[in-house]
Write a protein that binds this ligand. Structure first.
Ligand SMILES: NC(=O)c1ccc[n+]([C@@H]2O[C@H](COP(=O)([O-])OP(=O)(O)OC[C@H]3O[C@@H](n4cnc5c(N)ncnc54)[C@H](OP(=O)(O)O)[C@@H]3O)[C@@H](O)[C@H]2O)c1
Length: 295
């Protein structure tokens, strides 16, 4: 099969499209013919050799994908999902094996579906931990990126009021998502215009003391990216791709919200698979997911 893969760790240019053996679905998995696959920070870290999780080379990046089932239960179904945590990749290829998935709403574009799964599950898990619901006011630090923009949409769909931090050039983008924009960076606690009940740190850029001061307690703050969390009494939430099969419910719920017109997956840019290296090299302010169109 064809796949974007790399044979040595390094800059985006180590990625190119070539032939590799097809994977096959194991018990409890499906194999899909991939239509679109997401690009995530973990893919960049693994490619650069910055990940502590070992991968064997050649490696196919990508944890999120959408496509048509061709092995396992539901052959012919259009689905979106993510790979098993142990594989840490495999999505940016002609065929990929998914460990969890949900039916793709027929009207959801492939690009949105392909970039959704791990971000939706991660955001859902964090919103659950913070007990975000109707009437809550939530501050999201790092709201414009792949996970943050999904957290904004899912929190709004729960009836929460959402404040989201971003770069100055992303004010309009954040307001378009339905969040009240706030500039990120030092001094955050002085810029937040109202009291917040809960705060989610998606960025991991050192804002935890500000977030604790703003909510009034570390118990109402969760971080996805700052492993110093426990030093501040703050919970670190990890495990988007595994370890809690019973806890996964975000994807099917997001599909339902999409069908009701209450949720969408913000997509910043779509690249053809042949330009996977360019997709890994995107710089500048983030506005949702980067996605590869595979077929
Ligand atoms: N714990 C888990 O289970 C889990 C799961 C998935 C991802 N993650 C982690 O979560 C983090 C975010 O992932 P992602 O996919 O959303 O990444 P992303 O798409 O690259 O977005 C990162 C966001 O952080 C913002 N940012 C940059 N500097 C900031 C600052 N000083 N203060 C506040 N925000 C700032 C960026 O804004 P600009 O681009 O505008 O500067 C962007 O919106 C990554 O570290 C990722 O590894 C954790």
């Amino acid at each position: 099969m064809f796949a974007a893969r790399f044979e040595r760790f390094g800059p985006p240019e180590v990625l190119s499209v070539g032939d590799l053996p097809e994977p096959h679905a194991g018990p409890g998995e499906v194999r899909i013919r991939v239509r679109a696959a997401g690009v995530s920070p973990v893919d960049l870290a693994i490619r650069a050799g910055r990940s502590r999780s070992p991968v064997t080379l050649p490696h196919i990046p990508g944890v999120d994908a959408a496509g048509v089932v061709d092995e396992g239960p539901g052959i012919g179904d259009e689905v979106f999902g993510a790979v098993d945590v142990a594989r840490l990749g495999g999505a940016s290829a002609e065929f990929a094996v998914l460990a969890f998935w949900a039916p793709k709403p027929p009207s959801m574009p492939w690009e949105q579906a392909g970039g959704a799964a791990s971000g939706v599950e991660t955001a859902t898990r964090a919103l659950d931990l913070l007990d975000v619901g109707a009437g809550s006011t939530l501050l999201i630090d790092g709201a414009s990126g792949g996970v943050g923009s999904l957290a904004v949409g899912l929190a709004l769909a729960r009836g929460a009021r959402v404040l989201g931090t971003g770069a100055p050039e992303n004010r309009e983008f954040l307001a378009g998502l339905g969040a009240i924009p706030v500039a990120y960076g030092p001094g955050l606690r002085e810029r937040v215009p109202e009291t917040v009940d809960a705060a989610l740190d998606v960025a991991g850029k050192g804002s935890l003391p500000d977030l604790v001061a703003l909510t009034g307690s570390p118990s109402t703050v969760v971080t996805l990216a700052d492993f110093s969390g426990p030093e501040h009494g703050v919970r670190v939430s990890v495990g988007a791709l595994g370890g809690q099969p019973d806890g996964r419910h975000g994807l099917a719920h997001a599909a339902k919200l999409f069908e009701e017109g209450r949720f969408a997956v913000p997509v910043q840019r779509v690249f053809p698979l042949a330009e996977a290296a360019a997709a890994h090299a995107v710089t500048g302010p983030r506005r949702g997911k980067i996605v590869l169109r595979v077929s």
